[in-house]
Design a protein around this ligand. Structure first.
Ligand SMILES: [Zn+2]
Length: 528
């Protein structure tokens, strides 16, 4: 086989032998005439999660810093799945292929047409079931529905309900029941209830039911209709472990969202929780032995397979590769697309005083979130844009990081500490502001000019240290990036999944022509 495996595969712990796991309420209420198989059913479950639009390979610097190998990408995922299909063909061992959500957002290739052609490429791997991730909502619920159609109706989600009726939303199936080796396996979709606080405003019109509660409902509904339940859950490892504990008879949880590289899965006195990291670097491989008559899992062991080599010729998935090549070509063309025009260069200078690009970004995030104050860190602006026509690539290179926009409620005293730190500190490259002016004094110190914080005005009035302010900024800063711990501890009011570069691109498209004008928002006061 041309695909390398983790060294750990050979010495995997046989975790499941510790527990003879009863496989859920399906088994408890009888099988309504269904004849379960005699003997042992052997099942391999392959799983992925948080692919985030990864078409191309990338450098695995975590494996070798000096000479990183190229790892992953959708064609290699498809090739490994085919390799296992070939390996198991005629062996009597059954196969399931599952996906844990967050499919397309995060690369130029994945973002084309709001994810649709990428999801078509993903679907060509032929998953048995796919969870939807919080990022599937990034461009609205209507867009998600387009993407669902492209999966061939293989996507599942049980804990998404209409708040008015309490019924599940009609546009996605809660589960799929597939038959393997004479056992009926219910693949039940779940999504993290965290979604409305980190996603498109559309998600706030839906109820995300607690996954443990929803599973209790699902078990009642599926009683007598299946033999094994496997949740396919876009939920982080900790959340999944808690859910597993509430349903200790379920043998296996496919998860995602936390981007956790779980080499052999993880369990906490319940079923095995598995996850593969992110960006299509590895495929998870779980091997189960299930006693046919009782539908009891007698052995379950998990490993991750790093995708460090191209698939063997006979394992290549021609359709996935053709679609991916087309995505790369289209993304390259899209990079040359003009989004607008600049009347003067958008300078990103790192001097002590306000910068054009920083002010502009701070204005954009403030306006987007309807906030009193906007903040942008200059370290997030990686390139300047020249005067003249502006392309997608120029905007991308100015704002290459995958940070989206957050609205915080920040105490005045904390806001002052942040601004003071940005003016007087030295560990970072400074902040720019919108809706806020900071007054500074300069003094000479060992030949260098140093700035000293004096005071802040917000909307023309002095900052009140006891008042709270609505502050819009990017998710890097909101998470305490650049050492601003006061921001990390502030209350998050909302998060908008629009990336900074998407916000900037939209501003160009809206305005057509932008005439940047430098407004001094870091104002030097003359000495008294
Ligand atoms: Zn996620």
């Amino acid at each position: 086989m041309n695909v390398q495996r983790n060294a750990g595969l050979g010495r995997r712990a046989v975790l499941g032998l510790l527990l003879a796991l009863w496989v859920g309420a399906c088994a408890a209420t009888g099988s309504a005439g269904w004849q379960r198989p005699q003997g042992t059913v052997r099942l391999v479950v392959l799983h992925t999660n948080d692919i985030h639009g990864q078409v191309l390979t990338r450098k695995a610097t975590w494996i070798d810093r000096q000479a990183p190998p190229q790892i992953g990408g959708l064609p290699r995922v498809a090739g490994y799945v085919n390799a296992v299909r070939r390996e198991l063909a005629g062996s009597g061992t059954e196969l399931l292929v599952l996906e844990g959500g967050d499919w397309y957002q995060g690369t130029p290739e994945g973002g084309l047409e709001q994810g649709l052609p990428f999801v078509e490429a993903l679907a060509a791997i032929d998953f048995d079931a796919l969870a939807i991730g919080n990022h599937e909502f990034d461009h609205s619920t209507a867009n998600l529905q387009r993407l669902l159609a492209a999966t061939g109706e293989r996507a599942v989600c049980a804990n998404l309900r209409d708040p008015a009726s309490g019924e599940r939303v009609p546009w996605i199936e809660p589960w799929r029941i597939v038959e393997r080796g004479g056992l009926r396996i219910a693949l039940v979709g779940l999504i993290t209830p965290e979604t409305p606080s980190i996603s498109h405003p559309d998600t706030r019109a839906l109820t995300f039911v607690d996954p443990a509660l929803e599973l209790a409902t699902v078990k009642r509904e599926l009683a007598g209709r299946c033999d094994v339940i496997v949740p396919v859950a876009h939920m982080g490892v900790e959340e999944a472990l808690a859910t597993a504990k509430a349903h200790p008879e379920l043998p296996l949880f496919i998860t995602g969202h936390s981007h956790t590289y779980l080499k052999e899965g993880k369990r906490d006195g319940a079923g095995l929780v598995v996850q593969t990291g992110a960006k299509a670097s590895a495929v998870g491989r779980v091997e189960l032995e299930i006693d046919g008559p009782s539908a009891t899992v007698t052995s379950v062991r998990a490993a991750l397979v790093d995708l460090l080599a191209e698939p063997a010729e006979q394992d290549r998935n021609a359709e996935v590769e053709r679609r991916c090549a087309e995505l790369v070509r289209r993304a390259e063309v899209d990079m040359k697309r003009e989004v607008g025009e600049l009347a003067a260069p958008l300078k990103a200078g790192r001097g002590p005083l306000s910068t054009l690009a920083g002010n502009w970004m701070a204005d954009l995030v403030r306006e987007r979130m309807g906030a009193e104050v906007g903040i942008h860190n200059r370290g997030g602006t990686r390139a300047e844009i020249d005067a003249g026509p502006v392309t997608v690539r120029e905007v991308f290179e100015m704002l290459p990081f995958d940070n989206d926009v957050v609205l915080l409620e920040v105490l005045g005293a904390d806001l002052e500490a942040v601004v003071r730190g940005a003016i007087e500190g030295t560990v970072h490259s400074g902040l720019d502001y919108s809706g806020l002016r900071v007054f500074v004094r300069s003094r000479k110190e060992e030949g260098a000019t140093r700035l000293e914080f004096v005071r802040i005005e917000i909307g023309g009035a002095p900052l009140d240290p006891r008042k709270t302010y609505k502050v819009a900024l990017n998710s890097f800063l909101a998470g305490g990036g650049d050492g601003f711990k006061e921001l990390a501890r502030s209350r998050k009011l909302a998060q908008d999944p629009i990336l900074l570069r998407e916000l900037a691109e939209a501003a160009f498209v809206r305005a057509g022509r932008i005439e940047p004008q430098l407004e001094a928002r870091i104002v030097e006061e003359s000495q008294p």
